[in-house]
Design a protein. Structure first.
Length: 105
């Protein structure tokens, strides 16, 4: 009986840690730039784009494609950083055990 109670208590503690971690992840801001800082994308810890900053000097109506590429590069890099940080946080929270939480990414 004691083992089951301990296991349930450990599960509740893990659940509480995961809930806290989810809040921290949502509040986190991760930024990445492209074009030497001409375009900066910021995402939250889940990878959702929250802000795009474009240096006005890069806006050229004759070369929209370059601006599109810079935006995509910055967003992709920021989302990759968010994913890596998320995976690292989950590994730490799980004590090194492989764990996946559906719906977070």
């Amino acid at each position: 009986m004691t083992n089951i109670q301990q296991l349930m208590q450990m599960g509740q503690q893990l659940q509480a840690r995961m809930a806290q971690l989810q809040e921290e992840i949502s509040a986190r801001e991760i930024s990445a730039s492209s074009g030497g800082g001409m375009v900066t994308a910021t995402v939250d810890g889940k990878g959702t784009v929250t802000r795009i900053v474009i240096d006005p000097t890069v806006v050229d109506p004759r070369d929209v494609e370059m601006l599109e590429d810079l935006v995509m590069a910055a967003v992709t890099e920021a989302q990759g950083k968010a994913q890596s940080q998320y995976e690292e946080d989950m590994r730490k929270a799980a004590g090194g055990m492989p764990i996946q939480i559906p719906g977070l990414f």
